[in-house]
Design a protein around this ligand. Sequence first.
Ligand SMILES: [Zn+2]
Length: 358
Amino acid sequence: MPSWNEQLRQSSLWVFTLPPIGLDTAYMSRSQCGGTTDTLPATYHYHEATGKHAVGDPAEDIPAFLRRELSLGSLVGMLRHLWFASAKRPAVPLHRHLAMGREIVVVGRMDLHLLWTNDGKLFVKPIPRFLLDLAFCQANLQCPIACSCDNLAAICRTSPRKVALGFLYTYACLISSESDFHVANEKRLLPCDKDDKPIKWTNWKALAKELLRMHERDPSTIHPRFLRAELRLSRINTIHRLTNIPRFNPYLRSRYNYGSLFGENLAWMATTAVFVALVLTAMQVGLATERLQSNTTFLQVSYGFTVFAILGPVCAFGLVVLDVLFHLVKDLPLLLGRQRTRRERRHTMSSTSPEGAA
Ligand SMILES: [Zn+2]
């Protein structure tokens, strides 16, 4: 198999430069596919229908692997609300993200690619090796000739192909200059060749040009999610909360324990308390003046705000405690399950150990 630099130099993008193939090679056995599984990752993580965390071998079931690897998760259901999280525009080059003080955080999930947080993190998914493997993409991301491109058809690969092309298109925008290319290689966002050599700049330029031409020719070739490049995570969380009633869950939690959940909520409560204190002080000064002492409207507003200032913090704190309890109850089966598994594992180990056997 030629190296990627070789492939990129020859004619680059698989979708346009090569005719679609007629055989449904994704369903062939590994040996029939030749060496195309060489570029797949060692393992991949996913959640089963029951919610159980599992690790699989990508080469064993390539369509299942691609479905998960190129999945946009719940973002698909939020497409028409994404205007709230970002305008329609191409991705900003990597060096400008760094200039804005953002830290590039490498993620594996496609749906987290180009989400940014208020505390200056930009999630970026590196380009997986297999997306630059001509033979693999031909075999697994192009529709067979017989496909009518009906999204419900099992053989249709339009959706994963659009995600893959949209993802690659964001990279054509992210890596614009040689300095972006340097940053991308430094962060290992671009795969290395099989002899661990990085992609050459001239080859990257050729691929980026092809991706731009593809987008100019027909923007519908890429998945609509990628028409809005960077998405603000806090807004995505808001959309997710409002469209997932009554579960009211954020899209991605930034906290990992109950202590940080308290801390996160106490931060906004402290800010609100400062504003309330300022208003109360101003009202107190107002009540000391003769003109406002006789103003009925001001007295009524002061009365209402004072009651709010007393009850507000109590209610807000109560809601935070309820939120923590709600998450605790929700996580309980998972925590108990984990404990049981650990106990079972310990029991199995002790029964298989020489002491246990004796
Ligand atoms: Zn199709």
